[in-house]
Design a protein around this ligand. Sequence first.
Ligand code: SAM
Length: 287
Amino acid sequence: MNKLNDNWFSESCTMWPGATFSFEVKEVLHDEQSEYQKVQVFNTTSLGRVLVLDGIIQCTEKDEFSYQETISFLPLCCHKNPEKVLIVGGGDGGVAREVSKHPQVKEIVQVEIDEKVIEVSKKYLPFMAVGFQSKKLTLHVGDGFKYLQDHREEFDVIITDSSDPIGPAVSLFEENYFTLMKRSLRPGGIVCSQAGTIWNDLGLVTSTLDYCKKQFPAASYAYASVPTYPSGQIGFVLGSLDKDIIFDTPKLVFTRDQEIEMKLRYYNSDIHKAAFVLPTHVKYLLS
Ligand code: SAM
């Protein structure tokens, strides 16, 4: 149930019962049921523009960069030469924006299931949708799970920028999805999937990490601070075909000049290392 009372929008979801995050709305810019989900964009008093799908915040203008940079550069900077990258989901364009900045990336393929999310993001969220203008990018509208069934040994890195496991995204959190991703990677390939937080979705984190561990000789969990996600964090499961990979040590470290040129606002090599440091109550559970 999501309400807009007295210009306040409250996000609530069965995945985090009994608590909600609310923001004040200046203007409803878009409100439409697509083939797959309810797509809303709000202009707000304190978060800038906000994209909401099926009542759940996907990104806000204020803090989207921490998510987009982390889910992109953790796997990219762990890979020795990430030339070809697949993005599954990511209909706002933010991950394409970040991946296209990486100096070693030559080719990006993106598969987003909902054309409406792309269209609405281009219209109302140009600060993220700028990613769709990258010359490196080929964009397909379709189901990422089905796309992977037809592609083998093609990608160096697969980034799954999915919505939560409700509606069209359910299959992207299942064990078979990790089997398909593994098959679609070139030798030494790395996957990185949105995987929930230790505070609200510990069951989801452990199941996603377990599926990843079953398929990949090396797997780990990392997280970023995103104040407008439930619990203020979001986590990522990473898997690598290279059993000797050390996830918390980036192979490519950006210089300060590169950080400036790439307009990085969250990611740096210290954040990379810190992203894998877990609090005691989950450190041993997830190891
Ligand atoms: N950063 C956001 C988060 O963590 O909540 C995710 C943002 S992005 C908008 C998520 C996208 O995944 C949505 O546009 C949704 O349509 C897309 N998606 C969901 N299931 C999908 C599938 N099976 N294949 C491809 N895209 C999918």
